[in-house]
Design a protein. Structure first.
Lengths: 447, 290, 314
């Protein structure tokens, strides 16, 4: 390290010679560009990938932090969602100029953590601020733990959920006696009957819709949820071994095709098509992530509610989910004061996560999850249970939100949903999809 | 040259041919002008869009005069994105790259042109081989090498690779070759050191080569994209091209703001280009043709 | 930027008047000292990465972690050459070259010939054609992305107005290639245009005058004088174009991100995806070296051909 410091001083000298001293001194990003030091354009540099409604909520939460910590400045940068974001986060950390706090999906955590890019949250001083295991949804906390060390602070759980049109459900006789919830559904038969009732008794054009065409992530979430009721992760040993249960796979796809193959649900529909059908009351159920709630709220005349999926093919209900989490990217040169600011910022975001829940997300921070500010939010409070049944992507270096893995495997599911692959034919295709990833050499060894 | 041909009678054949040629030339001018106008459309379209409001753009996308004009998008873009900082970064990086490239490559070009020393042939061969080296393809090993030197995240990571430009050495070398040897010898006899001959005799004589190398280095450094994207990740330490690339998104509906940022991204360059257009074009032509 | 300069054999009597034999010590020392700064940077930062790449390709290096990782022998190479996606990406780079090179060469030649016939407005043409070249790729992509926007972009509107089918520029593979090709044409046309213009200006005017006297019309002058004299320039433009196109990354990454479904992903983006997004440094290095060998083979072939051509001509 001392060699590096000496070299940096040398470079700084060169920069000072080449530039007028005043220029280097007055503009700190410039100076840090020449010396390679950590740029300190603000006390907390925060990277996230939120636009739209989530982006606006995040700004509100940042502003609340600024209000309660007047002396601490925050510089928030919004980056392109998915691979570009994670690539940049990793390269910035490897370059020694990472942000102080970043957002990461928990499904992406295994690779980030195993590559040594993240500070364990204990070392970031979050434990002292009361950020401890007992205050989080257990499933999220478990997923934030890699190899026995906790590397991320879960902010939320965002499950794949079941939307239903309240008016159609009433007509179909699917509302419970109180009239404000869905009748309990148990197992695949109940569920199929409910979808059918939406179409026949409810008078909807389709019993259910979901975004399928050109949307492999949604297809993967759907498959993963149903399949996980029957079997464990499709890949194991950190993603080096295919563990696809052929029978469970066939059963899952056969179940999916009982909806799409019978006209209960369209087999090729894109996102805006699904949106249009559900918004105009032409579909009884919508299968999608809860993050769509804000956009459906704006639809005039649409009364809808959201519940977790019931148990379909297994004995227990499963919710496919992911979580947004806060991470502190590793930086040897970060001062104690900056680390402290980062921890305070994270704690403040947790405390204000009721704002975040307005985007449909279930707060992972139990004090918020049990607070009135959250429990007043509907339909958010109706699917909190999903956070406790959360099933994440299998732990591997290539899985996670926006990954190639999701688009490749999801692509095969799309083919099956569209009826171009039989349940029997889909399993070998899935197996060869998985093989593409399991046979590639992992960049890091994970336990 | 015209004086030789003028007196010759071109007779009956010449007159209609000349008229035809004139007509032909006029036709060429029309075609080319049309062509050039089409080429300018993207610039004008960006400027026109940037001056409108997003509402009128979505309603009447192709009638640029609907909905009035305003500079609001510019103030928004300037306030939202640290464009000024990006410009400063790009300027410092490109200027340092130019200074070091001109200094080091001209020194090497001078030595290769006039001096006999051990390893001269090897240096020539190495540099010539470097002309074929597609350095853009080597970003991955480059990244890992720079990481181990702790150069990532610094401007030096962008400056150093552009200094390693064999083409610049050859431009200088071939230019120095054109300097009469007698001049050098006279200076030697006067007792001037080689350094003095380089700095005081040869460099002042090679303005054109200097401007060629400087301009081309500046443009390539300013416009490079992939390497700065990988190396400089902090928002405020980015260069103009990488910073503006973060505005790219299919779902962005703030057309006026995005176009205002693009205009801020190209207008200064176009202005600089207008000032130096002769040198820039000459530079491209000489390095390409030689 | 690749550019070509003839490498004449070093003249032994560079300082012609100096007697041959051992040069004085001061000269040798000056030579070494003056070359050293460039040479050091060149070796470390241009040759260095190549060697580093060769070494890395034998290891399972993690891009974002220090250290080489474990030795894996040739297995990275085995994986690269058997990965259909790598060859798809190679093909996309070649396809891009095939799509852009012919129009860029032909149009630039045509434009330069037209320009040679026009006396006035040189600066205007220069501005129109060459200005895009000095604009960064991301700005070009921003402008074109807006012009390609479905429903409200300029290009779909214009195509629709004249009754042409509007391709899905950003959502389909063929539309994506069209979008990238048009944008590249606009962006880099000026470079070839300038090379051709300069070459045409090098043709001595008396050649044309002599031809005019012999009664050759402008069309004949172009066909029989200008075009044949531009053979050398064309070969240069071609190789510069091919080498630059094989290195394509910016336009495709910025406009399409290699999509839809990686169907336009060029090889540099493949290296970017495996090496940086997936941290597979060693594997990415192996892909780099395989790709690198192809590029060097292309340029070496061109140098060889050119040498032979000039050799027979001389």
């Amino acid at each position: 390290m001392s060699g590096a410091m000496a070299r940096r001083r040398l470079l700084a000298l060169g920069g000072g010679l080449a530039l007028t001293g005043g220029l280097a001194a007055c503009s700190s990003p410039l100076a840090s560009g020449l010396t390679g030091s950590q740029p300190d354009t603000a006390d907390v540099i925060f990277w996230n990938l939120f636009t739209g409604g989530d982006g606006a909520n995040m700004v509100v939460m940042e502003d609340r932090f600024k209000k309660t910590h007047p002396g601490t400045s925050v510089e928030a940068t919004v980056l392109a969602w998915g691979n570009p974001y994670y690539t940049k986060l990793a390269l910035a950390t490897a370059s020694g100029t990472p942000p102080d706090v970043g957002i990461a999906h928990l499904s992406r955590l295994p690779l980030l953590a195993a590559s040594g890019l993240l500070e364990p949250i204990e070392q970031a001083g979050l434990g002292e601020l009361g950020v401890t295991a007992d205050k989080f949804t257990p499933a999220a906390w478990r997923k934030a733990t890699v190899d026995g060390t906790v590397y991320a602070v879960p902010l939320d759980t965002h499950p794949f959920v079941l939307y239903y049109n309240v008016d159609l459900a009433r007509r179909a006789g699917l509302l419970d006696s109180g009239g404000d919830g869905l009748v309990p559904l148990k197992g695949a038969q109940d569920f199929l009957a409910a979808v059918k009732a939406m179409k026949t008794a409810g008078g909807a054009q389709y019993g259910a819709v979901m975004s399928i065409t050109a949307d492999p992530s949604t297809a993967w979430r759907y498959f993963s949820m149903i399949y996980s009721g029957l079997a464990g992760p499709v890949v194991t040993d950190s993603g080096t071994r295919i563990d696809l249960d052929g029978e469970a796979g066939q059963e899952t796809i056969a179940f999916m095709q009982r909806l799409t193959g019978t006209g209960l649900m369209p087999g090729n529909l894109n996102g805006s098509g699904a949106n249009a059908l559900f918004s105009t009351g032409k579909a009884g159920f919508l299968f999608d992530g809860e993050w769509q709630i804000p956009s459906y709220r704006q639809v005039k005349g649409l009364r809808f509610d959201v519940v977790p999926f019931p148990a379909l093919l297994g004995p227990e209900p499963v919710a496919y989910a992911d979580s947004h989490a806060l991470v502190v990217p590793r930086n040897e040169a970060r001062s104690r004061a900056r680390t402290r600011n980062a921890a305070l910022f994270i704690r403040s975001l947790l405390d204000n996560s009721a704002v975040w829940a307005e985007g449909g997300h279930i707060p992972a921070w139990l004090p918020t999850q049990r607070s009135k500010a959250f429990l007043d939010q509907s339909p958010q409070r109706h699917y909190v249970r999903a956070a406790f049944n959360a099933q994440y992507d299998p732990a591997a270096w290539y899985t996670g939100a926006g990954s190639d893995f999701q688009s490749v495997v999801g692509g095969t599911i799309i083919e099956a949903l569209a009826g171009r692959l039989t349940p029997k034919g889909a399993v070998p295709t899935l197996r060869s999809d998985l093989k593409r990833f399991t046979t590639a050499r992992p960049p890091v060894t994970m336990k | 040259m015209t004086t030789i041909t003028q007196p010759r009678p071109t007779a009956a054949k010449g007159a209609p041919a000349a008229v035809g040629a004139k007509l032909f030339n006029r036709l060429c001018a029309v075609c080319l002008t049309l062509f050039a106008l089409i080429w300018l459309v993207p610039f004008f379209w960006a400027i026109a869009t940037s001056l409108r409001s997003d509402g009128s753009i979505t309603q009447k996308p192709t009638s640029p005069f609907a909905g009035g004009w305003s500079l609001r998008a510019y103030s928004y873009a300037w306030d939202t994105y640290p464009i000024g900082t990006w410009y400063l970064n790009s300027l410092v990086i490109s200027a340092l790259a130019v200074i070091f490239t001109v200094a080091f490559c001209s020194m090497a070009g001078f030595a290769l042109a006039f001096l006999r020393y051990r390893g001269r042939a090897a240096v020539l061969a190495l540099a010539a081989a470097g002309l074929m080296l597609p350095s853009e393809a080597l970003v991955l090993p480059q990244f890992i090498e720079y990481r181990s030197f702790h150069l990532l995240g610094t401007f030096w990571a962008l400056i150093l690779p552009s200094v390693a430009a064999p083409i610049a050495v050859f431009v200088f070398q071939s230019f120095f070759r054109g300097i009469p040897v007698a001049l050098i010898e006279a200076a030697r006899i006067d007792g001037a050191s080689w350094w003095r001959i380089y700095a005081r005799v040869c460099m002042p004589l090679c303005r054109p080569a200097l401007s060629t190398v400087a301009i081309l280095t500046f443009i390539t450094t300013w416009n490079s994209f992939l390497w700065p994207l990988l190396v400089l990740s902090q928002t405020k330490s980015q260069t103009v091209p990488v910073g503006l690339a973060s505005l790219l998104s299919n779902t962005n509906i703030q057309y006026a703001e995005v176009m205002a940022s693009s205009v801020l991204g190209f207008l200064p360059l176009i202005a600089v280009f207008l000032v130096f257009q002769r040198q820039i074009v000459q530079g491209v032509a000489t390095t390409g043709i030689k | 930027m690749t550019t070509v300069v003839p490498t004449r054999p070093a003249p032994t009597a560079s300082a012609a008047g100096v007697p041959t034999g051992r040069p004085p010590r001061s000269e040798r020392r000056a030579g070494v000292l003056l070359t050293a700064p460039f040479l050091v940077i060149y070796l470390v930062f241009l040759v260095g990465p190549l060697l580093v790449g060769v070494v890395l390709s034998f290891f399972n290096t993690t891009t974002v972690k220090s250290g080489l990782g474990e030795w894996v022998g040739l297995s990275n190479y085995a994986e690269v050459v058997t990965d259909p996606q790598f060859w798809d990406a190679m093909w996309h780079s070649v396809l891009f070259t095939l799509l852009t090179t012919p129009p860029l060469v032909v149009l630039a030649l045509a434009g330069a010939i037209l320009a040679s016939r026009v006396r006035r407005g040189r600066v205007f043409y220069r501005l129109a054609f060459f200005a895009p070249y000095v604009v960064p790729s991301s700005v070009v992509a921003l402008i074109f992305l807006w012009m390609y926007t479905p429903e409200i972009g300029l290009v779909p509107k214009v195509l629709g107005a004249v009754g042409l089918p509007v391709p899905d520029f950003l959502g389909s593979t063929s539309g994506g290639w069209t979008a990238v090709t048009l944008m590249t044409l606009w962006w880099t046309f000026g470079f070839n245009f300038v090379l051709y213009t300069a070459a045409i200006q090098d043709v001595p005017p008396d050649v044309y005058e002599a031809a005019a006297i012999d009664g050759a019309g402008p069309w004949q002058q172009i066909r029989h004088i200008t075009v044949p004299l531009l053979g050398r320039t064309t070969s240069l433009v071609l190789i510069l174009q091919i080498l630059a196109s094989l290195k394509v990354f910016d336009q495709i990454y910025l406009l399409l991100a290699g999509g839809p479904d990686q169907s336009t992903r060029p090889v540099i983006e493949y290296i970017y995806d495996t090496g940086f997004t997936s941290y597979r440094g060693g594997y990415g290095a192996a892909a780099t070296i395989v790709y690198f060998v192809v590029i060097v083979a292309v340029s070496a072939a061109w140098y060889g051909l050119r040498r032979r051509a000039t050799g027979t001509a001389a």
